[in-house]
Ligand binder design. Structure first.
Ligand code: PLP
Length: 394
């Protein structure tokens, strides 16, 4: 006998993975150059050379036992210090090394925070469109998941919808900016307004409503757009960060949870995050990678290739008549299906070997997602198919 919820989660096929694997099979049938795969968010720019240099240097010069040994559960003190210094330098934040809990990327960080906040009858809200994994993360860790409908005009936050969903059981709201899947960046104005609302409601309910800022795309922004550091705008913000995208290291599993001092009951929250990580076995993120981060935290990603793809797709698809959120960050475009149905449109596209992810699992069934960390030439070759598909819907 097995746990039926875990069985259902493990046996279900992720739509994104299924598309990706379909693409691999189709490549064998129609040729690699005839499959246009926009499904998976795997970085397509390599990690900065400094990362590989640092790995080689550490392995060659440091004590092998230590390099591959267990580390303190919260992360090496020197690494926490380097990251705190970097945050303070860039955002005028007041982060101490003790506010940082190192973990294996944003996903386990999110799970630890959710579990830490899972009091009886707790609800956790996410703003649509949202990363599909939030739902199982929340539901499998003792909270009820509720999605706040999308502001489809600008992909910021529909405050009327959010306010209508707030109640004393709401423990936290997950926000993700730059956003997967819309590529939008929440403005300082949006975040300040959110902070004011949560402050007011927290006072009314007699407990804080925590903001969980999921930030794996923090450094992936274009055209001079800035990403506000949310703890500077709302005190009860807990940040989940990852270097999966910013340093193109998704397979190396390294990130942190930041619980700043100004978070209400910050020490209890931090301890509960550590406890949750402990029972999930999410302790001791890779020792080698922690050392690499201490040396490379200041390196910004070279976004030229993503920006080139973004500009081409945004320009060409809007010219054809597709409508989408302005993609200021991450590496996604979230596009309204010209026939009004993301599932059906993706099916149509699949027949042309154009692999687009339907928006249903992101909480917006009328949309589809394009992930543009792909070969630029593939984009150029795929454009006639987008033209053909929109023509079929008119
Ligand atoms: N949050 C969002 C919005 C993501 O898009 C992803 C990965 O694609 C994650 C979290 C998980 O990232 P990590 O690789 O750091 O676990």
């Amino acid at each position: 006998m097995v746990n039926s919820s875990m069985y259902a989660l493990g046996a279900a096929r992720s739509c994104i993975r299924e598309l990706f694997e379909y693409g691999l099979r189709q490549q064998a049938v129609v040729g690699r150059e005839n499959v246009f795969d926009y499904s998976l968010g795997n970085p397509s720019i390599p990690a900065p050379p400094a990362v590989n240099d640092s790995i080689v240097d550490i392995v060659r010069t440091e004590d092998t036992l230590q390099v591959h040994g267990y580390t303190p559960a919260t992360g090496y003190p020197g690494v926490r210090q380097a990251v705190a210094d970097d945050l303070n330098r860039r955002f005028d934040a007041h982060i101490r090394p003790e506010n940082l809990f190192f973990c294996c990327g944003a996903a386990p960080g999110l799970i630890s925070v959710i579990r830490a906040l899972a009091v009886e009858n707790a609800q956790i809200l996410a703003i649509a469109p949202y990363f599909p994994e939030y739902k199982p993360f929340v539901e499998a860790n003792g909270c009820r998941f509720r999605a706040v409908p999308a502001d489809t005009a600008h992909f910021q936050i529909d405050f009327a919808a959010l306010e209508a969903m707030l109640n004393p059981q709401v423990q936290a709201i997950i926000v993700n900016s730059p956003n997967n899947p819309s590529g939008t960046v929440y403005t300082a104005q949006t975040l300040k307004k959110l902070g004011v609302l949560l402050e007011k409601k927290g006072l009314e309910y007699g407990h804080p409503i925590y903001l969980i800022a999921d930030e794996p795309y923090r450094e992936l922004v274009y055209g001079g757009v800035t990403v506000p550091f949310i703890p500077n705008l709302y005190a009860n913000t807990i940040v989940c960060y990852s270097w999966s995208k910013s340093l193109s290291l998704p397979g190396e599993r390294i990130g942190y949870v930041c619980v700043p001092d100004q978070v209400q009951d910050s020490q209890e929250v931090f301890a509960a995050v550590a406890g949750a990580a402990r029972v999930c076995g999410h302790v001791c993120p890779p020792s080698l990678l922690q050392r690499v981060i201490a040396q490379c935290v200041q390196y910004p990603p070279d976004l030229a290739a993503y920006d080139k793809n973004r500009t081409l797709l945004y320009t060409e698809l809007t010219r054809m008549g597709y409508s989408m959120a302005k993609p200021d960050g991450a590496f996604y475009l979230f596009i309204k299906a010209p026939n009004g149905d993301g599932d059906k449109f993706s099916q149509l596209a699949k027949q042309e070997n154009l692999l687009l992810v339907p928006g249903r699992d992101f909480g917006c069934p009328e949309y589809f997602r394009i992930c543009y960390c792909v070969d630029h030439d593939m984009i150029i070759r795929s454009l006639p198919l987008f033209q053909k598909l929109i023509a079929q819907c008119q």
